[in-house]
Design a binder for this molecule. Structure first.
Ligand code: NOJ
Length: 592
């Protein structure tokens, strides 16, 4: 069935289709043509002459509610983070990205901010934050904080003022309030979490009022970035955190901030979350050109501070040649490379994706970032252990879904990580991946918190499975040391005990030690800042090999052993295989 609806489409039909069309999917045509696996078109990459830290940094994502709990209430917090910073420093990372910790009703785990310049009491105080940043800097770790500018919480004072003010008032101008079409919403946009992107308000006198736009949950109204007051307010917010010493920002959904004038219907409503398609106009809620002026202004602000403050955009923009526009020298320093996160883990797909990445980012002098897991996708130790498709198109694994092969998943995940860490650029790690932590795939529905689950009547289980609190010390209590009391806001599955950090620390061959060794080598050999070239004679449909600063990185995607040419000095590996072999789903680093 084609879900393509023209802008004149029947609105009742559109409303009926809402639950079906909200997946964040990349249309098939953006997948590489895998029949065409030739090394023709292979790109190389030269090291940048600029030595900015963010060009090569390994940045570790801390999801505050699940990292470490300092007060025993079962919710991770800032004191908990501070108490575990030593272990992050010993891992060998350069910086931490903190997911939101600002005051929030927590309808979307903090991505619904009700006050941008404070700390939610759930996580501590501003003093706790200051102590954390001082300790982090003392350990040589930089701190990036999450900024959520596309939408606020419905509890934010701006939205409350808008609700209590008449239509057409300056208060309503902070958001997108519109009249509906009779009893139907103003246009056909859908929420990324399922259902319509519009909610109708009730006036103080009980009559039905205007509709407001929310590309996510109804508790997350989208801000109107045409309004200079919104722009000025965010500039002050940036300065507030920069003055407190943060090293930069991860910016949430920047590609959604500017909307097409008049908020017209989405012509391709069946591809609600899709990227830019060559030859087609940008969807009216994504990638509007006017947004770039905002980031140029933000860049000026960051550049006016001492040290190299940096911002990374969560710009889900495809193809990468289009994403490159977001990292021109006067805009973002980095964007997440969702093309890589979404690539299927096979030689053809990774080959094309790496080529496209260097081609696109090199064209504007920006580093590529690389990422395999985050708080929105199935952890790669589970994703690669089954047929779950593209990372951002899948929504968790429920108890009734096919379960991943954990052994295969971990083997592939370790190899994917070592392959990726060999690439020049900046790497993002998601908390727990250094333990080889799998997704919680048997979480009972009664624990679920992700709005995706509720807005799709449970059809999409959502992202809770990758957000479960970390196991630190096996068996010390029910949450394996996540909190002092054993409490945890989401229960860990039994098996998490076996992945606890203390069981892996100092144990040769453990995933934790593999990460530590790889990060140290990456830094010692300056791979993040290196030059890249495919080693064509070793590549085929099951094997990818490249060189970076005199190192050969080789990965076997296939099912048979590969024999290596004689005489290469061993550096690192994801298995304990013999030196001259690369086993199925193994990555090796060797001296060229
Ligand atoms: C992207 C964040 O990563 C995700 O967790 C959140 O739900 C949406 N933006 C909405 O803010």
């Amino acid at each position: 069935m084609s879900l393509l609806l023209s802008s004149g489409g029947n609105r009742a039909d559109i409303a009926r289709l809402y639950p079906l069309i909200s997946r964040r999917s990349i249309p098939e045509q953006l997948e590489p043509n895998i029949k065409d696996m030739e090394l023709l078109g292979a790109v190389s990459h030269q090291a940048s002459k600029h030595a900015n830290w963010w060009r090569s940094a390994v940045i570790y994502q801390v999801y505050p509610r699940s990292f470490a709990d300092g007060n025993g209430d079962g919710m991770g917090d800032i004191k908990g983070i501070t108490s575990r910073l030593d272990s992050l420093a010993s891992l060998g990372i350069d910086a931490i990205w903190l997911s939101p910790f600002m005051p929030s009703p927590q309808k979307d785990a903090g991505y619904d901010v009700s006050d941008y310049t404070n700390v939610d009491p759930l996580f501590g105080t501003l003093e706790d934050f200051d102590a954390m940043i001082t300790r982090a800097h003392g350990l040589g770790l930089k701190i990036l904080v999450d900024l959520v500018p596309n939408h606020t919480s419905d509890q934010h004072k701006w939205f409350q003022a808008a609700l209590n003010s008449p239509e057409g008032s300056p208060e309503r101008e902070y958001y997108h309030f519109k009249d509906g079409n009779g009893d139907l919403p103003p246009n056909n946009w859908v929420s990324m979490f399922g259902g319509p992107a519009w909610t109708r308000i009730t006036n103080p006198d009980g009559t039905k009022g205007q509709w407001y736009c929310h590309l996510f949950d109804s508790s997350q109204p989208d801000l109107n970035w045409e309004n200079p007051k919104v722009q000025e307010a965010f500039e002050e917010i940036l300065k507030f955190w920069l003055d407190r010493g943060v090293d930069g920002f991860r910016v949430d959904q920047p590609h959604a901030m500017a909307k097409a004038v008049g908020l017209p219907d989405h012509p391709y409503v069946d591809r609600a979350g899709a990227g830019f398609i060559e030859g087609e106009e940008s969807p009216p809620m994504w990638f509007q050109d006017s947004v770039h002026n905002i980031f140029r202004r933000w860049r000026e602000i960051l550049d006016s501070y001492p040290g190299q403050r940096a911002m990374c955009g969560e710009a889900y923009v495809l193809p990468l040649s289009f994403m490159a526009l977001w990292v021109r020298p006067d805009e973002f320093h980095q964007t997440f490379n969702f093309r890589y996160l979404d690539a299927l883990w096979n030689a053809e797909s990774i080959f094309k994706t790496v080529n496209e990445s260097f081609e696109a980012f090199d064209s504007v002098g920006a580093p590529s970032t690389w990422v395999l897991s985050n708080h929105d996708v199935i952890r790669h130790a589970s994703r690669l252990g089954g047929d779950y498709g593209r990372a951002t198109a899948s929504d968790g694994i429920g108890p009734n879904a096919p379960q991943p092969d954990l052994e295969l998943g971990l083997r592939k995940a370790r190899a994917a990580t070592l392959f990726t860490l060999g690439l020049p650029g900046s790497m993002y790690l998601y908390q727990g991946e250094e333990l080889g932590l799998p997704e919680h795939t048997t979480l009972e529905d009664k624990y679920r918190q992700d709005p995706t689950f509720f807005r799709t009547s449970g059809n999409r289980v959502g992202r809770d499975g990758c957000r479960v609190p970390l196991p630190w010390e096996a068996g010390v209590n029910q949450s394996n040391g996540f909190s002092t009391t054993g409490a945890a806001w989401l229960p860990q599955p039994e098996m998490y005990r076996n992945y606890s950090r203390d069981l892996q620390e100092g144990v040769s061959g453990s995933t934790l030690e593999m990460y530590k060794e790889a990060l140290k080598l990456r830094s010692d050999l300056d791979l993040g800042q290196g030059s890249f070239e495919w080693v064509e004679e070793l590549c085929d449909q099951d094997v990818l090999a490249f060189s970076n600063n005199g190192i050969l990185v080789i990965h076997n995607f296939g099912e048979t052993d590969i024999e290596l040419p004689e005489g290469k000095e061993f550096i690192s590996s994801t298995t304990d295989s013999q030196q001259h072999l690369v086993l199925p789903h193994e990555t090796k680093w060797l001296k060229l």
